[in-house]
Write a protein that binds this ligand. Sequence first.
Ligand SMILES: Cc1cc2nc3c(=O)[nH]c(=O)nc-3n(C[C@H](O)[C@H](O)[C@H](O)COP(=O)(O)O)c2cc1C
Length: 214
Amino acid sequence: MNAQTLSVPAAIRARRTTRHYRPDPVPGELLDELLDLAVEAPTAWNMQDRSIVVVTSASGRRDLPNAAFGQPQPLEAPVVLVFVAETAAWRAENADIAELAGRNGAWNADFTAMFNSRKEFHSLQQRGLTRENAVKNAMIAATYVMLAATSLGLSSAPMNGWDPDLVKKAIGINDRPDLAIAVMVAIGYSDATPPHPGRRPRERTIFTERYPSS
Ligand SMILES: Cc1cc2nc3c(=O)[nH]c(=O)nc-3n(C[C@H](O)[C@H](O)[C@H](O)COP(=O)(O)O)c2cc1C
């Protein structure tokens, strides 16, 4: 859609957390493309147990800076995406997921039966990991968004510094204990060129076959 779209490797190398934005709005078509790419992110069992609340209105964005301890990104960026982890989605009616995958020829009867059993989700629940599972899925979608944004000429900032109760209140889910905020991502145009803060040498973070003993 954009002649200057960056490749995935180029976007990975170019992306920087950007904390200041111009007020220019993100064109609707571009935001749509970004959201289409976000929902292409994989989720365990294709459960799609994460959603994105797109906050663009001035009134909608008024409460987020307070929730984010006064950080400038949600105040300045024209778009803030709130990634919601749906920790109980696996218990809900999910026949549409299996039906679509079957129609698309992606799942056979055995896989569909495994999906319908929710065996893995029951195991996660027993181990207290359903929230972690949904948050993982939300974080992958957020990562897709940040890379797609860079590729499409936009800047972004992931944010974990916020009060979850205030963020939930701002997007109208403060009465939903089954929903958790995974991350917020500010999106917009910026004149800032944040320097790469650097990464530790690979030998500090990449190991062969086994994690080194301390
Ligand atoms: C999950 C997550 C949460 C973050 N939360 C914040 C935040 O609340 N505020 C902030 O200024 N930066 C936040 N950052 C940005 C990091 O500080 C930044 O990614 C890191 O310094 C590396 O810089 P880079 O993104 O430009 O490579 C967050 C990053 C991640 C991955």
